[in-house]
Design a protein around this ligand. Structure first.
Ligand code: ZN
Length: 423
């Protein structure tokens, strides 16, 4: 638990007299980390060799990758390191501290559920309440396993069907701790499906034909830590020396440690001591394998507005490249039609190599061992935005970001039901 400092006590004391709601919500968020010496730089024309050097160097925190640019959070000292590597960078945000402070201002305003972000405990309660309200179509599993620090990782199953062997769609959320919008949008989609079953023909028809599985927290410890200590924490909370945390999205058992990940525990892309070394990776992988037949799976992230398909570790096409590309492109079209936001659909390696990712694993032989004649279509979905706020996406974008995902998710499930990927 957090210790209350003198300043926090004074703030609470003032709040008591002001009687303001803002104080009630802000009292739970307590940041210890100060980002005073940090900036975000945008570097252009970064080669693969330079990218590999940056992505594995401690103190380099890559925020955004597009085809020509990468944005990196660094200390002023490390700006010099980039210069010495011969990489051309300009300052995108001259104060990370100010960016975080601006975000925190929005956190202090109490709004409707989807107009603010919530802590782990409150989100768990919210899912439990939904499960109690929609008992006919929701099955709630309080824990598919414990995280490293012992938090429960729940699963939410949604279907209108009573058929035992119904096809499934699997979504996992909040694998990277600081990507708060990923968990918020997953909640938005869950709520949309539940509210519209029986009221909207498309949703009713879909939920009568498929079962959605949501894992709201792949990384509950990291998420809690972004509320209590470091808003920009990414990895899980495995304690290590000299640095804590494993990047869970480099820890899956699919071409683990074959590029775009690091063996240095201080790197943001540290892949752990072996494939599935982390309890969070094991829990999700075991749960995925125990739920056949899964036709498609999405690992939800932010930010960059990307729809990434296999592979990340090789530039070879996946055997089902044409089908995977068509689905990704189709999702992009449907997203664009809602609020005019463009999401780039491409192969994972279209940016830079990554290995041991959930997306490639969903599509792998390892994941689909129990999946009958079918192979799960695996994607990484990077939500809003493209750098203006980055991980500090203001809460007033939760609803529009959720709205633009709904038709994409419906299309994803319907398309795979009509034309599943066969082994
Ligand atoms: Zn991520």
């Amino acid at each position: 638990m957090m210790r209350t400092t003198l300043v926090e006590t004074l703030v609470l004391f003032l709040c008591f007299f002001l009687g303001a709601l803002v104080c009630i919500t802000s009292a739970t968020y307590g940041r210890k980390q100060n980002y005073g010496d940090q900036v975000v730089v945008r570097c252009s024309n970064v080669s693969r060799v330079q990218y590999q050097a940056i992505s594995t160097q401690p103190g380099m925190d890559i925020w955004y990758i597009s085809n020509n640019n990468i944005d990196v959070r660094v200390s002023w000292e490390n700006v010099m390191w980039l210069r010495q590597l011969g990489i051309h960078c300009t300052i995108l945000h001259d104060s990370v501290e100010q960016l975080v402070k601006q975000f925190e201002k929005d956190l202090m305003v109490k709004q409707e559920w989807f107009e603010e972000y919530h802590e782990y405990d409150d989100i768990i309660k919210w899912y439990e309440e939904l499960a109690n309200r929609y008992t006919d179509i929701v099955t709630y599993y309080p824990s598919i396993g414990k995280s490293y620090e012992g938090r429960d990782m729940p699963a939410v199953h949604i279907t209108g069907s009573t058929a035992p062997n119904i096809f499934k769609i699997y979504f996992q959320c909040q694998i990277h701790a600081r990507e708060w919008i990923s968990g918020a949008v997953c909640g938005y989609i869950v709520n949309y499906l539940l509210e519209n079953y029986g009221n909207n023909d498309d949703v009713t028809k879909l939920l009568d034909s498929v079962e959605f599985i949501f894992i709201p927290f792949v990384n509950p410890d990291g998420y809690a830590y972004t509320w209590s200590n470091d808003r920009l924490w990414r990895k899980n909370r495995r304690s290590g020396s000299p640095c804590d945390g494993v990047d869970l999205n480099r820890n899956y058992d699919e071409h683990w440690s074959e590029g775009g990940s690091s063996s240095n525990p201080c790197s943001e892309t540290y892949h752990g001591t072996g494939p599935e070394s982390e309890p969070e990776t094991q829990n999700t992988a075991n749960y995925f394998r125990s739920n056949d037949v899964i036709l498609g799976a999405i690992d939800w992230h932010s930010y960059s507005q990307l729809i990434l398909r296999p592979y990340g570790w090789t530039s070879e096409d996946a055997p089902d490249e044409a089908q995977l590309k068509a689905i990704g492109d189709g999702m992009s079209d449907r997203i664009f039609a809602v609020h005019g936001k463009y999401y780039t659909s491409q192969k994972g390696i279209g940016l830079y190599p990554t290995s041991g990712t959930a997306r490639d694993w969903f599509y792998s032989d390892n994941a689909n061992v129990n999946n009958g004649d079918y192979r799960s279509a695996g994607y990484t979905l990077e939500l809003r935005d493209t750098g203006q706020y980055g991980f500090l996406l203001p809460p007033d974008q939760i609803i529009p970001n959720g709205e633009e995902m709904v038709p994409a998710v419906m299309y994803f499930a319907n398309t795979l039901l009509e034309d599943p990927i066969k082994k």
